[in-house]
Design a protein around this ligand. Sequence first.
Ligand SMILES: C[S@@+](CC[C@H](N)C(=O)[O-])C[C@H]1O[C@@H](n2cnc3c(N)ncnc32)[C@H](O)[C@@H]1O
Length: 305
Amino acid sequence: MADQAGAETDVWYRWLLHERQAGDAAAGAAVRADALRYADRVLDAADLHAGMTLLDVGTGEGLVALRAIERVGAGLRVVLTDVSAPLLRHAEARAVERGVVGQCRFLHCAATDLSQLPDASVDVVALRSVLAYVAEKSVALAEFRRVLKPGGCLTMAEPVFRDDALYVCALRRYAERQGEDEGRFMRLMHRWKAAQFPDTEALVAQNPLTNYTERDLVNLAQQAGFAGIQLALHIDVLPMQMSSWESFLGSSPHPLAPSLAQVLAEQFNEGERAFFVPALRAVLESPDATMTERIAYLRAHKPAG
Ligand SMILES: C[S@@+](CC[C@H](N)C(=O)[O-])C[C@H]1O[C@@H](n2cnc3c(N)ncnc32)[C@H](O)[C@@H]1O
């Protein structure tokens, strides 16, 4: 699918379609396979069947909604919303390609303002990796509850980035304690990671991406009036996955973070790059290198009465 007008300046579109996989086909296939597993787990929590309407908030490429149609078939209706107009057009083009666009409605709106949808109009609200980017999470949850029919299901998967940010805070403290020479690698590590995550406790507490834990998600759902709340936190410590060094350089951990290549180009001088890149590469390509993913899966329902 060709890129469309406005898409190249849209941070969400650029990340989902290009930067997430840094133009590497093998990395792209792995990312898409992972995303489908997350979508399936989100959908497993909803007892979806023909005749229902599912709302996919922050749909991106249409991941959850199009997967739901694949699973349920022609009897399912889906509403796809996003703040990114280019992503919505892309999701629509994918629905046309699959011959399912007649089952879909596309709404350009934020998770905190679903006013285009009437009260009690959908059976399931589903989202994957969206609330993390919403500053007013309680407003979004109140909207999810409003549009759900009584007894309707909320199901979501959200990354929990707080520990990533606390690691960057620890890096900062460690680098500050070292002398000029012995701390050089850690100082540059800190510079790289601080471009992607907040690096002081005060900033961690202010940033919508890092200022919540899985327990806060439970509390938010409870305060919004949901019942039957269940949350499972999945922490996977995996061998470092890097299909190539070039793809790693071009990738970033979330849509609002610059890639390592960008940080090296904009925040490192030539001498720092010459020192840091081979040292970092040796660490990341060692057989012991790991990466950690933290994902919270939450399901709940709107009380029936
Ligand atoms: C990490 S992407 C996930 C996309 C999709 N749900 C998926 O799992 O592939 C985050 C998505 O949230 C959307 N988004 C960001 N802020 C939003 C907001 N305030 N309200 C609704 N959607 C938002 C972005 O446009 C993007 O599509």
